[in-house]
Design a binder for this molecule. Sequence first.
Ligand code: GRF
Length: 201
Amino acid sequence: MIRIAVLVSGRGSNLQAIIDSIENGYLHAQISIVISDISDAYALVRAKTHGINAVHIDPKSFDSKESYETEILRVLDSHNVQLVLLAGYMKILGKPLLNAYKNRIVNIHPALLPAFPGLHAQEQAFKHGVKVAGCTVHFVDEELDGGPIILQKCVEVKEDDTAQTLSERILEQEHKIYPEAIKLFAENKLRIDGRKVKIIK
Ligand code: GRF
């Protein structure tokens, strides 16, 4: 069974979707550790409620980003983690993590990449006036929100949408495609070929 770590910074609804997918048998995986850079992230509470190891690692108690990531790496290694999931983790990853877990770090982004990378993607898309928004699960590399795309789901923008209502409908789809993508990874059905991710049937 694949051993997963989830890195979080906030409310953790995607973490919850992953936990639920494991508990209902859809995903054959184990969350070995949840790590947050924010001490009061609700995601930590969600993990603990489900009996999952969860730790706060405070970036401020390290003198550099590199030493902070080296500590994360130590924790990941101590749990024999095979796949790292970013789920609302608000820090940009640096070399220690990217190198150690190359092609084994995945993120969920609330827009149809490569459109609207970065923060507040749903709002960016809404303000831009797109008719179709959505979300993307992708591998993480050195480029912000730029790694090879695993799955995407589109969400139609309605005439009476606000950035908020649109974000909520995108989030519903995030909660579906993230577990789907993890399942594909866990079943060894993903092959990275340059920018493309081939899905083996
Ligand atoms: C989600 O919209 C995700 O796409 C983005 O950050 C948000 C995290 O939400 N990367 P949650 O903490 O999983 O509820």
